[in-house]
Design a protein around this ligand. Structure first.
Ligand code: GLN
Length: 486
């Protein structure tokens, strides 16, 4: 087995025993990137020189006997919407094409402190708006399982890089499903933590009340290890929760005894691919065999989730993206006639079509006379959706659903129809509206050999029960050991 194919925990054990070095691991990953990046196109920026320098520094620490950090010397990719000091951070947008942040996001600083190696900044949908990376302002990332298909989005580059072994683990961000849906499409593990669990300081804002950073990894153990580094209170983010982060690796338990799992009937719907339905139901039987108590639950306001999300997320986006006007950040149109012309052309030339669509939708929803009918109604619907989960979690500890209604679709299949694209998030969006945590992990393959994702949701700040169930399931199955052939 090549070093690049291994997990964080395997490599950590090898580093501890002196069986390999961070330089060897990093070289192996960089060679892998050279070999497959032409096909997959996961990265906007590969930071090879920085990675080598950080690997050398990690090896010095290890030589001096410091092996306490499981991330020490491990190559990690960080989605291109998290600020990296001195390294381009584009959000896959032309408008931030020349933006080099003067500071690190908190998660980046934490990973650096843990000694991890930054191997690059993966591609994404522009400003994280999308489900396929087709909205990237630069290029489309391809699904390593089938290069004619999308890797999911918006963290498509982060998920594809993990699946294609172009990094050992990565970070993504999830506003309506952008960690979980690409994880499902690429056959990897992706966790959206509880809102407030991980600092958003230095994450370029899309919809601030929904955005959350989380790990994409090859297995559940690695998810726990990355969570141990990135979770926790941060005074620089006013929405960061002042709740101590546990040791998530303590939740890695092999049976499900005592856990109650609910199946929401609203998530097993017509229009869902029967192969997905079958795989998820089979997965639930496995959870049952592991000792879980399974029952039906109802989340009656699910039908409003997509509409609610696309009012609230676009409203917040229209406000957050007002700062890109050619003055302080990024792209400025050439030889403007006057100030207004500079603002208008910088935005017109800098933003792609989906971002413009969202700015227009959000501006409309927030405008005088419409605010009550759209934004305020959206907030009220959000409360109802959140209450559905509160109610369900009175009788169950976890909720299991499909992550997405279909496996990865073909490039171009939905890009002409924004509504079809928006529906790919039908099972992930409510989770962000409610603020609760959720994971996607591989639970099978379609006849075309495309991965299928199982989504497991938990109560606020109970990522531990999610990790517990996900680990038990993973250990009882072999889906996570399959690799695409590239
Ligand atoms: N696909 C959803 C959207 O386009 C979610 C994106 C995300 O989670 N960042 O808004």
């Amino acid at each position: 087995m090549e070093l690049y194919q291994r997990t964080i925990h395997e490599l950590h054990n090898m580093l501890k025993k002196g069986e390999t070095t961070s330089v060897a691991i990093t070289d192996s990953v960089l060679k892998r990137i050279d070999a497959v990046e032409g096909k997959v196109k996961s990265y906007i920026t590969v930071t090879a020189d920085i990675a080598r320098a950080q690997a050398e520094a990690a090896d010095k620490r290890i030589k001096a006997g410091d092996t306490s950090s499981p991330l020490l010397g491990i190559p990690i990719a960080i989605k291109d919407n998290m600020c990296t000091e001195g390294i381009a951070t584009t959000c896959a947008s032309k408008i931030l094409g020349n933006f080099v942040p003067p500071y690190n996001a908190t998660v980046v600083a934490k990973l650096k402190q843990a000694g991890s190696v930054l191997c690059g900044k993966p591609n994404m949908d522009e400003f994280a708006m999308g489900s396929s990376t087709e909205n990237s302002g630069y290029f489309i990332t391809r699904n390593p399982w089938d290069l004619d298909r999308i890797p999911g989005g918006s963290s498509g580059g982060s998920a594809a890089a993990v699946a294609a072994d172009e990094c050992i683990g990565s970070l993504g961000s999830d506003t309506g499903g952008s960690i979980r849906q690409p994880a499902a499409c690429c056959g990897v593990v992706g966790l959206k933590p509880t809102y407030g669990r991980v600092s958003r300081f230095g994450l370029v804002a899309f919809a601030s009340s929904l955005d959350q950073i989380g790990p994409l990894t090859k297995d559940v153990t690695d998810t726990a290890l990355l969570m141990n580094v990135i979770a926790g209170h941060d005074p620089k983010d006013s929405t960061s929760a002042d709740i101590p982060a546990p040791d998530f690796t303590k939740a890695l338990k092999k049976d499900m005894k005592g856990l109650r799992v609910g199946l929401p009937k609203e998530y097993f719907i017509e229009g869902m691919d029967p192969q997905v339905d079958k795989a998820v139901r089979e997965a639930v039987r496995t959870l049952e065999a592991l000792g879980a108590k399974v029952s039906d639950v109802s989340l009656p306001h699910t039908k409003y989730a997509v509409a609610t999300y696309y009012i609230l997320a676009t409203s917040e986006a229209s406000s957050n993206l007002a700062r890109y006007d050619g003055v302080k950040y990024g792209y400025r149109a050439a030889s403007p006639k006057d100030l207004l012309d500079m603002y208008m052309r910088s935005r017109d030339e800098g933003f792609g079509p989906e971002v413009k669509r969202r700015i227009m939708l959000g501006t409309y929803a927030l405008s005088a006379g419409y605010y009550e009918a759209y934004y305020k109604k959206g907030q009220q619907a959000r409360t109802l959706i959140k209450r559905d989960f509160d109610e369900a979690f009175k009788t169950v500890d976890l909720i299991a659903t499909p992550t997405a209604p279909t496996a990865a679709f073909k490039i171009g299949e939905k890009s002409a129809d924004p509504l079809q694209m928006y529906l790919s998030d039908i099972f992930t969006i409510s989770v962000n509206l409610a603020g609760i945590p959720g994971i996607s992990l591989p639970c099978g393959f379609t006849a075309e050999n495309l991965p299928i994702g199982l989504q497991v949701l938990g109560r606020n700040f109970d990522e531990e029960s999610i990790i517990h169930a996900a680990y038990a399931y993973e250990q009882a199955t072999e889906w996570h050991t399959r690799k695409p052939t590239l």
